[in-house]
Ligand binder design. Structure first.
Ligand SMILES: NC(=O)c1ccc[n+]([C@@H]2O[C@H](COP(=O)([O-])OP(=O)(O)OC[C@H]3O[C@@H](n4cnc5c(N)ncnc54)[C@H](OP(=O)(O)O)[C@@H]3O)[C@@H](O)[C@H]2O)c1
Length: 494
C-alpha cells in the first residue's frame, strides 16, 4: 500500500512539495493545482503539470477511480480526519477546501511509488498529433496524462520538433517543453498501410501497451482524388481499429470524424445519431469520412467494443498564421483569390473601393456555416472522452453555439483582396476571366449555399450548456486567415 500526502499551500504560489516524503504536493497559485511524487527508487522528485482547479474532478479523479481503488481521507492540519469521502465527493471538496492536508491511500497492488503520478497510469496513443487539431489535442492530453505515444506520419519532418515548436509558440510553460522528450514517445507509422507500416511484432507490442487510441489523422483536402482520400481516411481508420482489436488491454477508440458526414443536405437539422448517405456528398472528403464512420460502427458491433465519435464542424483559430504551424483550414481563401487576381493582371495592385472587380459566387445570402474554434474543440473532445460510455458508438457534434453567416465569409474575402463578392443563386454560365479562376476550390464553394444546423443536444446534456464564450466573427476570422506579413496585431504568446 502506498500512502502519499497532498499538502495545500499556506505558502500560496509556490510548490509546497514535501521533499522528505514520497507524496504529492500542490500549489494554489492562480487557482492551479500542481501534483508531484517523489520517486522512491530515484533521487529527487518529479513534478506533474499544472491542472486548472475546476478540471481536477472530471479528469484526475475519475481516471484515478478507474485505475485504483482510491480512498481519500480529508483532515484539517494536524487534526484527526474529519471526513472520509469517496471520489464522487472530491470535486466539491477541492472546489471549496480551505488549506487542508489530504491523504491519498492507494490500495493499488503492484503500483510502484515512482509510477504513482497524480496522473493515472493510462497509456494513450494519438494519430495526427502534428495536425491543426492534433496539436491542440496533444496539449490537452498532456494536461491529463503523464505520457503520450505519438503515432506520427513516417517520412514527415520531426513530430517531436513540430509539437515542441507549437507549444513554444503558444506559450506553454518551460517545464512542459523541457519534459517533452521524456513524456512523448514517437512511433513512425503510415496509416494507409496494413499494420500502419509496422512489422507484425511491433504492431502487436504497440497494441498491447495501449488503453486509449485517439485517431485524429486524416487527409482534409476536400477536392483530393477519392482514392487518396480513402487511403488515409478509410484505410487509416481500418488500421487504427485493427490496432485496437489486437490490443490485450482492449483500448478505447476516440475517433475524430466530422459534422460534414451530414453530406449534401443543405437545410434542416443534422442530428448526432444520423449517419446515412441519402443526400449524397459535396466532395470526396465528406464521402471518405462517412465511409470511415460506417467502418467504426461495423467494428463496434463485430467486436462488442465502445467507440467515441467526435464530429467537429469547420475548425478555425484566431492565432495568426505562422510558417511553422499547420495551415489554417480557411487559408486557401486568401491564396486562391490572390492567385486569381495575379492571373488576370491585377495582383498586388491598389484598387480604389469603387473600381473593385465583382466576383459572383454561387451561394445563399441567408446561408450560414458552423465554425468552431479549434482550441475549444480539443478541450470539449477531451472532456467528452471522460464521459461514461454507453459501451456502443457514442457520437457527439463538437460545434459552436452560433453559426456564421455566409456574408461574413464573403466579407473576409473582400478584406483579404480588393474584390467585391456577390452571392448568386446558380453556378455562372458567363463567368468573367477573373470569376473563371476565382472560384473557391470546388469542394468548398457549395458550403456558401448551406443553411443547415448541427444539433448538439448530446454534448450539452453531458457537459452542460457551457458555451465557448468565443465570438467567431469577421475580426476573429481575419486574424487567423491573413498572411503573416499583413497581420499587425500578432498575438503569439497565448
Ligand atoms: N480541420 C478541420 O476544419 C476539420 C473539421 C472537421 C473534422 N476534422 C477532422 O479532424 C482530424 C484532424 O484534422 P486536422 O485539421 O488536424 O488535419 P491536418 O492539419 O491536415 O493534420 C493531419 C494529420 O494527419 C497526419 N497524417 C496524414 N496522413 C497520414 C498518414 N498516412 N499516416 C499517418 N499520419 C498521417 C498528418 O501528419 P503530417 O503532418 O506529418 O503529414 C497530420 O498530423 C481529421 O480526421 C479531420 O477529418 C478537421
Amino acid at each position: 500500500m502506498l500512502v502519499g500526502s497532498m499538502r495545500s499551500g499556506a505558502a500560496i504560489g509556490r510548490s509546497v512539495f514535501d521533499q522528505s516524503s514520497p507524496g504529492f504536493g500542490w500549489t494554489t497559485a492562480s487557482g492551479c493545482l500542481r501534483f508531484g511524487v517523489r520517486g522512491a527508487a530515484g533521487p529527487g522528485h518529479r513534478q506533474g503539470a499544472a491542472i486548472s482547479r475546476h478540471e481536477v474532478p472530471t479528469t484526475v479523479v475519475n481516471e484515478f477511480a478507474g485505475s485504483f481503488e482510491c480512498l481519500i481521507i480529508l483532515r484539517k492540519t494536524r487534526q484527526p480526519p474529519v471526513a472520509r469521502v469517496g471520489t464522487a465527493v472530491l470535486p466539491s471538496v477541492l472546489a471549496t477546501a480551505p488549506p487542508v492536508v489530504i491523504d491519498w491511500i492507494f490500495a493499488a497492488k503492484g503500483v510502484h511509488p515512482s509510477e504513482a503520478w497524480s496522473y493515472p497510469k493510462v497509456h494513450v496513443a494519438l494519430t495526427g498529433a502534428t495536425g491543426f487539431l492534433g496539436l491542440r489535442l496533444v496539449r490537452e492530453l498532456l494536461g491529463r496524462h503523464r505520457s503520450l505515444t505519438v503515432l506520427a506520419h513516417a517520412g514527415s519532418s520531426s513530430a517531436l520538433g513540430r509539437i515542441t515548436r507549437f507549444l513554444e509558440l503558444t506559450d506553454a510553460s518551460p517545464e512542459l517543453i523541457a519534459e517533452l522528450p521524456e513524456r512523448l514517445r514517437v512511433v513512425e507509422t503510415d496509416l494507409g498501410q496494413p499494420r500502419m507500416g509496422l512489422s507484425a511484432a511491433d504492431f502487436e507490442r504497440l497494441a498491447d501497451e495501449l488503453d486509449v487510441i485517439w485517431h485524429s489523422a486524416g487527409n482534409i483536402n476536400l477536392d483530393d482524388d477519392l482514392a487518396r482520400l480513402r487511403r488515409v481516411n478509410v484505410e487509416g481508420t481500418r488500421n487504427v481499429l485493427e490496432l485496437a482489436a489486437a490490443g490485450c488491454r482492449r483500448p478505447i477508440v476516440n475517433h475524430v470524424g466530422t459534422a460534414f458526414v451530414g453530406g449534401a443536405r443543405r437545410d434542416g437539422v443534422v442530428y448526432e445519431d444520423e449517419l446515412d448517405d441519402t443526400h449524397g456528398f459535396e466532395n470526396g472528403y465528406e464521402r471518405s469520412k462517412y465511409e470511415a464512420e460506417v467502418l467504426v460502427h461495423e467494428w463496434s458491433v463485430a467486436h462488442g467494443r465502445p467507440v467515441l465519435v467526435l464530429r467537429p464542424s469547420i475548425l478555425v483559430t484566431d492565432l495568426p498564421a505562422h510558417p511553422e504551424l499547420p495551415e489554417h483550414p480557411l487559408r486557401f481563401i486568401d491564396q486562391i483569390l490572390r492567385a486569381a487576381l495575379s492571373t488576370v493582371g491585377l495582383g498586388g495592385l491598389h484598387i480604389p473601393e469603387g473600381n473593385r472587380p465583382v466576383v459572383r459566387l454561387p451561394g445563399q445570402p441567408h446561408g450560414h456555416l458552423n465554425l468552431m474554434p479549434v482550441e475549444h474543440a480539443a478541450r470539449v473532445m477531451v472532456q467528452l472522452a471522460n464521459v461514461k460510455s454507453s459501451r456502443r458508438v457514442d457520437t457527439y457534434h463538437v460545434v459552436h453555439d452560433h453559426d456564421v453567416p455566409t456574408t461574413t465569409i464573403t466579407a473576409v474575402m473582400e478584406r483579404l483582396v480588393p474584390i467585391k463578392v456577390e452571392l448568386v443563386e446558380k453556378r455562372l454560365l458567363d463567368p468573367s476571366p477573373l470569376e473563371a479562376v476565382a472560384d473557391l476550390y470546388p469542394g468548398f464553394t457549395p458550403y456558401l449555399s448551406h443553411r443547415r444546423r448541427f444539433d448538439d443536444t448530446r454534448v450539452r446534456t453531458v457537459l452542460g450548456p457551457e458555451l465557448s464564450g468565443i465570438r467567431v466573427d469577421l475580426d476573429y476570422l481575419l486574424a487567423g486567415v491573413r498572411p503573416k506579413q499583413t497581420t499587425e496585431s500578432s498575438s503569439w504568446g497565448r
